[in-house]
Write a protein that binds this ligand. Structure first.
Ligand code: BG6
Length: 479
């Protein structure tokens, strides 16, 4: 089973989940910096002021800021061809709205990018990965306000100019479609409708704000695509979506239709705008029925049309089912996406239902819809790992998860999908975005850091490290 010759094997991370050094070298406070830890059953909390004596997981994370050389070396040892990471907006613009960038922040990414290039690892950079500057939340409730577009573009200009000639692939927003769900309001958009302490999973939600925020993000993304191409014609700019594959719970036509409607909003709305350059027709009825009114400026439609992305990317972890029966619409445990559990699938310890074939199904749908190159830029199993007496970590469950998804990606390629690369999530253990935990581990590399704040940050190769290394060496032949 060989993959295309230039297939990008790699891994993915996000700044706030691994860098730490939350207030070093001029970095400002980002939204995740005010979130406490949680667990599979207890929501993390948003505390608008940083409080003494509380553990904030992002503050140290896994200390990658000081250990990036060791980490990139380990990635290179596995044979990575691509490393997807994000730039922390608040390292470059601490409050988000300064005119000039913070030189020390830029220098950190000079070093990080150079380190990747030293090993011939192609960087793929997420410009905004779940960490809006908290200064912008306080100032104008972040993406609710149109002023965010200029702040974002100023940030884009600084990094597009600085890293010109070294970077080719950019993603405008991580999982932009998370903002079609209430949790995405703060997570993705930095929107806090009331500045008060509250549960992360139970925020004050105003759908109008989220969808107006998305409009601003679409315009910002389109302008960023244009700007990138002006600065460097070799730049390729992509969108990034959560692919929340869903099936009708039964073949009852009402369930099939209900699933189609849910999927249009969750899976297709954002990428339809970013890939096709205009709002899809189906969204207008949804807006009407939910009292959402999008305020646009005169040339916004033109901007969207001229700022289509060059490629499509998604994360894929799980699937769910949809039913038109309100009594059966219970929330899926522990994930952002809701839906009804699929009776044919098993779930992870966090209730995420494991569905490799769903990946093949969705890749076909994506390719048929957009005909753009596709990357799977996140996929993986969050699991409890145990260090054995001999010091090893026997994570066969993770290997099985990844293997089954890679098999299905290969099937999708045989189906004709133009799949370019695969960067599994959390290639090194890092802080969980939904729960703030360290114990929910995804990595090929174990990090000695624990949820009570203890641990010396040392790195250790898991069994999956050696497995993935061999897989890359043989370009997928040796699964
Ligand atoms: C995606 C995010 O939703 O899933 C990542 O882009 C996140 O930031 C990943 O970490 C896995 O989710 P979690 O909640 O297990 O960390």
């Amino acid at each position: 089973m060989a993959f295309p010759k230039d297939f990008y094997w790699g891994g993915a991370t996000a700044a706030n989940q691994l860098e730490g050094a939350w207030n070093e070298d001029g970095k400002g406070i980002a939204c995740p910096d005010i979130c406490t830890g949680g667990s599979a059953n207890t929501s993390k909390r948003i505390t608008p002021e940083i409080k003494e004596g509380i553990f904030y997981p992002s503050h140290q994370a896994i200390d990658h800021y000081h250990r990036y050389k060791e980490d990139i070396k380990l990635f290179a040892e596995m044979g990575f061809k691509m490393y997807r990471f994000s730039i922390s907006w608040t390292r470059i613009f601490p409050n988000g709205d300064e005119k000039e960038p913070n030189e020390k922040g830029l220098q950190f990414y000079d070093r990080l990018i150079d380190e990747c290039l030293k090993y011939n690892i192609e960087p793929m950079i997420t410009i905004s990965h779940y960490e809006v500057p908290f200064g912008l939340t306080k100032k104008f409730n972040a993406w609710v306000s149109r002023e965010m577009i200029d702040c974002y573009l100023n940030y884009c200009r600084a990094i597009f100019t600085r890293y010109k000639g070294k970077v080719k692939y950019w993603l405008t927003f991580n999982e932009i479609n998370s903002a079609t769900t209430p949790v995405g309001g703060f997570l993705n958009q930095g929107i806090l409708n009331e500045i008060k302490e509250m549960e992360f999973m139970n925020q004050v939600d105003i759908p109008q704000n989220r969808f107006q925020g998305l409009h601003h993000q679409f315009v910002a993304s389109a302008l960023a695509v244009k700007l990138a191409h002006e600065i460097d014609e070799n730049y390729q700019v992509g969108c990034m979506n959560i692919m929340a594959t869903s099936y009708p719970l039964t073949c009852k036509p009402a369930d099939v239709l209900y699933n189609q409607k849910q999927s249009q909003i969750m899976n297709w709305f954002c990428s339809d705008v970013q890939c096709r350059g205009k709002y899809p027709n189906y969204i207008h009825r949804y807006f009407k029925e939910n009292n959402i009114e999008i305020h646009m400026k005169d040339n916004d439609e033109q901007i969207l049309k001229e700022g289509c992305v060059d490629f499509y990317t998604c994360s894929y972890y799980m699937s769910n089912c949809q039913t038109s029966d309100p009594e059966k619409q219970i929330l899926g445990k522990g994930n952002l996406l809701g839906g009804v559990p699929n009776p044919y699938l098993k779930a992870s310890d966090w209730g995420w239902q494991i569905d490799p074939e769903g990946l093949r199904f969705s890749l076909n749908e994506i390719w048929d819809r957009y005909q753009l190159p596709v990357f799977v830029v996140e996929n993986g199993l969050g699991a409890y790992d145990k260090i054995e007496e001999d010091g090893s970590i026997q994570d066969d469950y993770r290997i099985n998860y990844l293997k089954s998804h890679i098999e299905q990606m290969h099937e999708a390629i045989l189906d004709g999908v133009n799949l370019k690369g695969y960067t599994p999530w959390g290639c090194i253990d890092l802080v969980s975005a939904s729960t703030g935990e360290m114990r929910k581990r995804y990595g090929f590399i174990y990090v000695e850091k624990y949820d009570d704040g203890s641990g010396d940050f040392s790195r250790r190769k898991k069994k999956s490290f050696y497995w993935y290394k061999k897989l890359i060496e043989t370009n997928g032949e040796d699964l």
